[in-house]
Each structure stands twice: as C-alpha cells, then as structure tokens.
Design a protein around this ligand. Structure first.
Ligand SMILES: [Zn+2]
Length: 757
C-alpha cells in the first residue's frame, strides 16, 4: 500500500504557453555583437516609397549599452529600411498555399493588417503602427530567409540516391499566420500553435517596453512557426481535419524544450549573434538567453572547451541568469540544443571553411529533414518510405498517440535523427572544404553535449532488420554521454518516503482541469461531474474523485538521469482472450491470476489499473480486469466510466487515466536523489513546486465499492537509458514502434492503493 502526503500550497495553478518565460534574477549579460550608437532624426521625408523606420536589432545592441535606460527615446535608434510596396502589412500574399503567408495587425481585435496612407511606413516608435512595421520587417526577413533556404533545401534533396523527408510537392495552409504586434498579453510573447497566431506583448512593469521592439524575440517566435511548418511538411497541411504535429504540449516535455532551443537557434540563424532577448526580457525580467558557451553571461566553468559545454542532462535545469537555483523550464532546458547547433555551425565555419550563412543554411536544411520525418503522421517518414516506418500506424489516433506519448520526440530521438541526416548529407557531398564531414566528428561533438545516447543511426526505423545497412555509432566516441540501466530508476527507497503524491483538493483539481481543458490538453470528453463534488482533499483516492498522482521516483545510480517519463496510457499487458494479466517482473503470480506474456507485443490496449478480487472459493487474492470485477460486483454497465465514450465499453469501468494527462514528466534526477531533492534550491532549501507536468490525472467512478484495491501498472523510462530504446537482444538496434506498446523498453512501476472515502 502506498503512503501519501498532502501537497497543497505549492501546486502550480498556471500553465505557461509557448512564449518566453521569465524569472527575476541578477543581470550579467554577454557582450557579443554590440554595435555603436546610431542617431536618427525621425522624419519620413528622406524615405522612398515602401520604406519605413525600424529598429534594425534590439535597442540594447543598437545602443551598445547593456544597461540601456528602459525609458530611453528609441526614436534615436531607428533606421530607414524597405518594408513593402503592397500598401498593407501582408507578406507573401495572396495566400495561395505556395508560400507561408502572414499578416501583421495591432491587436487581436484589429480588423485588418496595417495600411499605409502615403506609401511609406514612417511612424514614431511610441505608436502601435511602429510596432507593426518593425514586426513585419523582421518577420518578413526571417520568413524570406527560411523560405529561400527551403527552396534550396528541396533542390538539394532531389539528388540521385538520396531519400529525403522533404516532399517534392510542398503546400502551406492558405490561412495566414496572424501576428499581433501590440498584443494584450503582459510580460510575454508567444506562438499559439492551435490558433496559428504570433503575439508580442508588453512589460507590466514598464508598459512602454514592448516585445515587438526586440527583433531577436520576433525571430525566436518565428522559429516556433517554422517548426510547425517543418513538422507538418509531410502531413496534409492545407486541410483542417488532418492531424497536425506540434513541438511538445502545454507541459514540460523534452520535445517542447528542443522546440525552444530551435527557436533560439533561429535568432542566430537570422542575425548571427549568440545571444537573444537583451531588451525587454534582459533589461527588466533578467531573462535574456545566450546561444553559445562563449557568452560571458554563463556561469564560471562553462566555455566552448569540449569539456565545458552545456552537456545533457547535467544542464537541463540551468538558468544562466540565476545559475545557483535549479528550474524545470523548457526554455532553459532547450539551451543544450541551441548551443549544440551553434557549436556545429561554428565547426562548419572553422573546420570546413563554410561562410556563416552557408553553415546555418545547412543546419536549417537538416532541421527541415529531421522535423519533417519525426512529425510525419502519415507514417512514411521519407519520400521513399512506406507506411508504418515511423509513428507506428496511420489509423485512427494511433500515429498521434505514438507521436505524443508512446514514442515522442526527446533528446535522444531528435539528435539520433539529426545525426543520421548530418551523416547522410555530409557523407554524400564533399561540402567540408572539398572533403566529407566525418562520422567521428559528428559523434564527438554530440558526445561533448552528452547527447550520444543512441547506438545506431536507426535510418531504417521500423523496417530495420539485423544485418541490414544500419549504421552504428562508434562506442569509442561515447566518453561523456552516460547510459544508465533502467533498473536503477525506482520508487524512493528511503525509509518513510512516500511512493506517490496524491492531490485531490476540490479547488486545485477544478482549477487545473479548467486550465488543462482550455489549453486543449484533455483529449476526450471525460464527462467530469461539474464542481467535483466527491473530491474531499484528504490526499487519498476516493470514489467519484478526480485525482492527480505524481510518483516519488528515485535515481539509484551515480550519474544523472534525464527526461524521465511515466506513462499511464493503455498498453498490451492483459491477455485479450482469457482476460488474465500478463506476468512482468514476477507480478502477478500465476496463483494470483497472472499468465505468461507472449514473446511478441500485440496491437492491443488495456487500461493500466487492475483490481484485486478473490478466487471463486475465496481462498486467494486474484488480480483481474475492471470488466471482470464489474461482473463480479454486479455493477450495471451503464454506470461505468467509459474511455470509448460510446457507452459500450466497461474495460475502464472504475478508474481511468485521463487521456492527454496520462503521462508525467520529470526533467532530471540527480544521482542517488529523487525529483524534489534534485530541484531543491541549494541556498535557501526551498522546495520546488510540483506542476501539472509532474502528475497523471485519474478519474474514479462513484460506483467503486469502498475498500476496492487497485494496482495501476505504470511504465517509466528516461532518455539516457540503456535498455529503453535500443534492444541488446537485436544487436542494439532500436526497438520498433509496436515494442513500445509492451513491457520490454520500460521499468514497470506497480502503484497499489485502495479506494476509500
Ligand atoms: Zn519560445
């Protein structure tokens, strides 16, 4: 039986979206790329038609002053630039699907894009018109660069013998990207992947400071837009019904972290500077970000020396603005990827003598390939691929379930696919100063970042067979990347420690479910009873409640574990014919109702929670499915919770994980430590608040007989795990997608509790 304790005041009540997140810390900024001050008399008289005023970089950089007064007159920093001759701030119009099109408006309530009255775009910096002009200029610049590179990337990908993930026929949605330059949101800028909008807000502490005044923030947010396009190159983009892939969810995930790192890289891609967000984010919120270890803002001991890179998973919780205090946040976790990509670009520049833009174009090409393949919900992956190569199967929600929960993008899958593309592209053309960019060089830099976590390049994915041309990583190149046995991930064995945290207070659950629902995180209609009247806040699981459960996981190894994920989705752990649970890790015993698991995994899905019953003669404990228990206790089927929502299934009659909130994530576990201890502030000993990312949401039927004992068979894994992704029994080839529907790639965690009032 698990022991639980109550978590009340520290439970997060807000969900941060894809924008930049900020925290208050001390400034200590880098100094790269600072330019001299420019001066400008603000009159449109000298501008030609189509020209206007812009801030060519962010004000801190333009002024060459890291401590630029937030109230400084930004009119002194603007310069004339060509904006557009169109008369409206619309880009790539008409939206015919052949170009990614966009328009810039003032706020969400604006009726149309800004129109010029005199053919020029000369506005005072303090006006909303200036914000729109500046946003348009930088957004257009980054989209032009991205699109021109994409055109070259497609041409490059059509060379003979190369199997590209970029489709030969590319179409974009005809609905423009709506961009709000004077957005109503405080202290943030974001890309809303569901509404397809960009929003640049203001600073609540100084409302004259706007995110649209900082070009690097515009490039970062445009980067999220690019990722959405890249991930869906192979999906049916113009359609509104075809499933779409996104880089992460509203929760902390490694996919979301990588997405933030890629967005930071796009700032470097456009302006070549290794820092972003120095103006509003940096000056007031102390939340600018470096994109290279060469930036002086970094903590001591971090440099571009191979031994001092931002390596995984050690630096997942590192905020350079406040390096002593750990934080679980996708923006800071993503710095590992942004720094890796900039380091790779710099290696292309110094070792291969590529011009900077060519180096960045090559990396963006590799990102086109990587995200197009990973996001492919048609499951072909590449132009020559056949269905079922990636994301399991294009049928119902299966591909999306695999993409979202069962085999999602993480630091391992992303870098493995990226490295494969790097290898296939740089080995087929002598792009490195007339030579090939070597495999050892690819692997060594990844290893400097702790990211050499895969044993093969897995280029054949679900069609890999032992003995085919799968390329293996040289084991001698793995020096800093540590792979840890899954057996060392366990429930906290410390005497007296809780196994899990249960949150069942009515207000916390009501708030959370409302927010998760609004964010689109709850994926099916779970028909919650309004007001959660059965939630009693006693930190136990009671009939009728909706409860959040977080495991108290422990890393029993001497190295850091990263990307811990706990899954409560349905999986293949029950015999569909006999209804008996399969035996995994000697549970349940044959005498307790278990039956041997078959050698291969099937496409069969059973809810994680089993129920304790008794044998027919009452002499022994039996673990049985929920439908078997329903028949035993004679609860009518119409009283069941029903994951199918058709009123016909009783397979999760009494308790079910809420789809969309059926996985919990923990950024990392320090050696010999649990998550709470890993994230405790070492200076103040302040505990870190558990958030919605860290829990699984369960719904319990009010018809459960009190005293019912439940065993939820959860599956856990982590990114730098030895047995969770490659299969030692098959020459360390990666597991196939269907294998992830079984037990082998996971550490199984049996969470037992009784349902009582
Ligand atoms: Zn972002």
């Amino acid at each position: 039986m698990i022991k639980t304790f109550k978590v009340s005041s520290i439970f997060l009540t807000s969900i941060i979206f894809f924008g930049m997140i900020f925290s208050a810390c001390t400034p200590n900024m880098g100094t790269s790329g600072l330019r001299g001050k420019t001066s400008q008399t603000l009159t449109g008289a000298n501008l030609s038609l189509g020209q206007g005023f812009v801030l060519a970089d962010n004000p801190v950089v333009l002024a060459g002053n890291l401590n630029l007064d937030p109230n400084t007159d930004l009119n002194t920093l603007v310069a004339g630039a060509y904006i557009t001759n169109k008369g409206f701030l619309t880009g790539a119009a008409p939206c015919d699907g052949l170009l990614p099109c966009f328009e810039v408006l003032s706020t969400r309530t604006s009726l149309s894009a800004l129109q010029t009255t005199d053919g020029k775009w000369a506005y005072n910096v303090t006006t909303p018109e200036f914000l729109q002009t500046n946003t348009f200029y930088h957004l257009n610049k980054s989209i032009d660069l991205f699109y021109n590179n994409l055109a070259a990337s497609r041409t490059f990908s059509t060379r003979p013998g190369y199997d590209s993930a970029i489709p030969t026929l590319l179409t974009f949605r005809t609905e423009p990207l709506h961009t709000y330059a004077n957005c109503e949101v405080a202290d943030n800028a974001n890309f809303d992947y569901a509404k397809f909008t960009l929003c640049f807000g203001y600073l609540s502490g100084n409302t004259n400071m706007k995110f649209a005044q900082d070009s690097t923030i515009i490039y970062h947010e445009a980067g999220h837009f690019f990722q959405k396009l890249q991930l869906n190159f192979r999906n049916d983009v113009p359609s509104t019904v075809a499933p779409q892939a996104d880089m992460g969810t509203v929760f902390y995930t490694e996919a979301g972290s990588i997405g933030e790192g890629l967005s930071d890289f796009y700032s470097y891609y456009v302006n070549g500077r290794a820092h972003l967000g120095e103006w509003a984010a940096g000056r007031i919120l102390r939340a600018s970000r470096p994109i290279s270890e060469s930036e002086s803002m970094h903590a001591p001991g971090i440099s571009t020396d191979p031994s001092q890179r931002l390596n995984y998973p050690q630096f997942l919780n590192y905020d350079p603005n406040n390096p002593m205090t750990p934080v679980e946040d996708i923006h800071y976790a993503g710095m590992i990827i942004s720094h890796y990509l900039v380091a790779l670009s710099q290696d292309f520049q110094s070792y291969c003598l590529m011009p900077k833009q060519a180096a960045n174009n090559m990396i963006t090409h590799l990102l086109n390939e990587t995200l197009a393949e990973l996001g492919d919900l048609t499951t072909k992956g590449t132009n020559l691929g056949t269905a079922g190569k990636i994301n399991y199967k294009n049928s119902g929600t299966l591909a999306k379930d695999w993409y979202r929960v069962i085999n999602p993008i993480n630091y391992r899958s992303f870098t493995q696919t990226f490295a494969k593309n790097l290898y296939q592209n740089m080995q087929s053309i002598p792009a490195c100063n007339g030579a090939f960019y070597g495999k050892d060089r690819i692997e060594t830099l990844l290893d400097d970042y702790g990211l050499l976590l895969f044993r093969t390049y897995n280029q054949n994915r679900n069609y890999a067979t032992v003995g085919d041309n799968t390329v293996s990583v040289a084991a001698t190149n793995r020096k800093k990347s540590s792979l840890i046995s899954k057996t060392l991930l366990k429930l906290d064995p410390t005497p007296g420690a809780s196994s899990a945290f249960i949150i069942d207070a009515q207000n916390q659950i009501a708030d959370g479910v409302a927010q998760l629902g609004a964010a689109g995180a709850i994926l099916t209609d779970h028909s919650f009873i309004s007001g959660f009247p059965f939630n009693n806040g006693n930190s136990r699981v009671s009939p009728g409640e909706v409860v959040a459960i977080g495991l108290n996981l422990y890393n029993d190894s001497n190295a850091t574990m990263g990307g811990i994920q706990v899954l409560a989705n349905d999986w293949n752990h029950v015999d569909p014919v006999s209804g008996k649970p399969y035996i995994f890790d000697q549970w349940p015993l044959v005498s307790e109702g278990g039956t041997a698991a078959p050698a291969t995994v099937a496409e069969q899905f059973s809810p994680v929670c089993l129920i304790q019953g008794r044998s027919a003669d009452g002499s022994s404990t039996q673990w049985i499915t929920q439908n078997a228990y329903r028949q035993k206790v004679a609860v009518d089927k119409t009283m069941c919770l029903d994951s199918s929502n058709t009123g016909t299934s009783d397979k999760d009659c009494f308790i079910r994980a809420v789809k969309g909130v059926e996985q919990a994530q923990y950024s990392k576990l320090a050696p010999k430590s649990n998550w709470g201890k890993t994230l405790t502030d070492p200076q103040t000993q302040a505990a870190y608040g558990i958030g919605w990312s860290n829990v699984i949401l369960f719904q319990v039927s009010k018809h459960v007989p009190p005293g019912t004992i439940v065993n939820c068979r959860l599956r856990a894994r982590f990114t730098n795990c030895e047995e969770c992704y490659h299969d030692a029994n098959r020459s360390n080839y990666d597991y196939k997608d269907l294998d992830y529907n079984g037990a082998a790639p996971f550490k199984i965690i049996n969470l037992q509790f009784s349902i009582i009032d």
